[in-house]
Design a protein around this ligand. Sequence first.
Ligand SMILES: [Fe+2]
Ligand SMILES: [Fe+2]
Length: 229
Amino acid sequence: MKDDNLLAIAGGIKDAELREKVVAMLRDPRLSMIETEGSQYTAFAKSPASKRRHHSYENGLVVHTYSTAKIALCLSDIIEEVYGVKVDRDTVIAAALLHDLFKHVTYNEVYPGKYTTSRLGERLDHMSLIIGELYARRFPLDVIHAVAAHHGDNGPIAPQTLEALAVHLADSTDATMSDKVLFAAKDILRDCMGVEVQTLPLEVSPFKVVAAKKEGGCGEVKRRFSGMV
Ligand SMILES: [Fe+2]
Ligand SMILES: [Fe+2]
């Protein structure tokens, strides 16, 4: 998935100043006070969203960010249409797109598909990095709050606004969905093909493994994925 998908969603931010700030960060996801240039850091577009769990594959961070923003916007629709309360979509979009932005500088790629924690990642987590940067770039407080609250009760502050809650629930839903599908796909590959897979190759989508099992049982899984895992 291209980061253009993220830019397209950022285009929906109505406030011009906020939109430009978000687009600038997506186009050049760089920390202003810490040097992260150099080959040891994983590039944003290539980065996984975690080392071993959800979206732990190349480009997984962009996929997770895109999905989180889409889910957060769906939740905003529900809050408005079902519960009759207005949601500030600019805040939801900005926070969803930026919530995990600096995960990539917390990883080093050891070899394709295998990541370790970078030197910077051993000192500062992605949440601290993005909050510091948003503060330095003078983002609105409600956007900074929604980013700071995206880990819910497990982060530095729990969501205090509906916008922050929508971003937290979207993040958690997408991460949980990806985790569950990844574990299910590994189980299916073990049961159907007798292979124990640590990391799925990029071309084997765990969603497609689960769908193949539903469509044609183990026979279909073997037909589609033999020789790929
Ligand atoms: Fe996060
Ligand atoms: Fe996330």
